[in-house]
Design a protein around this ligand. Structure first.
Ligand SMILES: [Fe+2]
Ligand SMILES: [Fe+2]
Length: 396
């Protein structure tokens, strides 16, 4: 997959960022753009505004259901001053892009590029893409690069912050999801002028449904769990495309699979048993094992999703079981191999890019069971049944 990265403070994210990412995707042949909020820019220390978590949340809320865009919290997790050279190394290790990584730079930054930490290494490692910002084409850039012929949107986060504080024109320059967060958390000095501000609801169609489920996940689980869910959705999308399955179904199952992860034990049991199946002794002892079953019930009852392949994928993602369909295998794999899991064995990482579905599934299952055994953890009956079947098939 061809990847490009677009860093920034995203304080707040605005339509200029998204239009820019969209232009990189549609004109330069990249498959995905990774938006990376800085923890602290070496050039903008002490900038005021949203906390790192607010900035991440606003980004997450701005791109629901779009598999061509993603975000990564590596700079925020790393803390301290964010250097691009460190980010490039991290992204290369975890994402393993096809060909050179693209690095999008506004032409307003091009002039100071040589002052960046280890700038000459960056030039060797990535394809630099110079985008037009407010000062179109103002800076010369004497190193190899591509110029992006993007529309100039005369808006900056600093101007937006000012307008939010002063009740100026900002609402439609910020994606709807980010706008809701600014209003709810009263960021940048926002305060409502009228009572009963409008609520943003999901639109019609599959994307509307996906956006609704994604918003529910974003607001009910921790941010790291949300990021895991979104990365699972993206990897499910990618794997579905590779294996000839419906990518939207993969995305939906992936984004939803952990929607019940934060429920308490009693509530978990309540939801799970609504599917009419038995609850075994291990599950009763540890109801969190039922979060997949509970999620399938929630999707059916709260979101009106009746596609059996999607429900099965969500229901079985934790334990698996004999006779799982291809979509369920994809989500099971994606849950364990998504990009924010940096503890993957290199062999598995290799398989993630190349193996066919059954081979990849068998490898992930083997790894999971091996891990559970090494930690002396309980293994559910479904997992054991599945392991025996796959093992038998492979040893024939
Ligand atoms: Fe899970
Ligand atoms: Fe998960």
């Amino acid at each position: 997959m061809k990847l490009a990265i677009l860093g920034g403070s995203f304080n707040p994210v605005h339509i200029g960022h998204l239009v820019l990412a969209d232009t990189v995707l549609s004109t330069l042949g990249y498959d995905r753009v990774i938006l990376i909020p800085t923890y602290q820019s070496p050039f903008k220390q002490g900038a005021i505004g949203g906390s790192p978590q607010d900035r991440l949340d606003m980004l997450a809320a701005s791109i629901p259901g779009d598999p061509r865009l993603t975000m990564d919290d590596c700079e925020i997790k790393r803390k301290g001053v964010s250097y691009t050279v460190d980010t490039i190394a991290d992204i290369m290790t975890r994402y393993r892009p096809e060909g050179k990584l693209g690095l999008v730079l506004g032409d307003d930054l091009a002039g100071s590029f040589l002052a960046w930490k280890r700038a000459s290494e960056i030039i060797d490692q990535v394809d630099i893409i110079i985008a037009q910002r407010i000062t179109a084409g103002a800076e010369r850039f004497p190193y190899p690069h591509k110029r992006l012929n993007n529309a100039i949107i005369e808006i900056s986060s600093a101007v937006l912050r000012e307008r939010i504080r002063n009740h100026g024109n900002w609402r439609y320059l910020v994606p709807a999801g980010a706008r809701t967060i600014i209003e709810e958390r009263k960021l940048y000095g926002y305060f409502p002028l009228e009572v009963g501000a409008p609520v943003i609801s999901a639109g019609p169609g599959v994307w509307g449904l996906i956006s609704g489920v994604e918003a529910a996940v974003r607001t009910t689980v921790s941010f790291s769990r949300f990021l895991h869910s979104r990365n699972t959705a993206l990897l499910s999308w990618d794997l579905c495309r590779r294996f000839g399955l419906d990518p939207q179904a993969g995305y939906l199952a992936g984004i939803a699979h952990d929607i019940c992860k934060s429920l308490g034990d009693a509530e978990m049991l309540n939801w799970a048993q609504m599917d009419g199946k038995d609850i075994d002794a291990i599950e009763r002892k540890k109801p969190s094992l039922l979060h997949g079953r509970a999620a399938a019930v929630v999707l059916e009852n709260r979101f009106n999703i009746h596609d059996e392949a999607i429900l099965e994928a969500v229901r079985l993602h934790t334990t698996g079981d004999r006779g799982m369909g291809p979509l369920a295998k994809v989500v099971y794999i994606a849950d364990k191999l998504e990009i924010s899991r940096d503890d993957l064995a290199p062999g598995i990482r290799e398989l993630r890019e190349t193996a066919d579905l059954d081979r990849l599934f068998a490898a992930v299952l083997e790894e999971t069971v091996g891990y559970l055994r090494s930690q002396a953890l309980d293994i559910s009956e479904g997992t054991l049944r599945l392991f025996e079947t796959v093992h038998k098939r492979n040893s024939r």
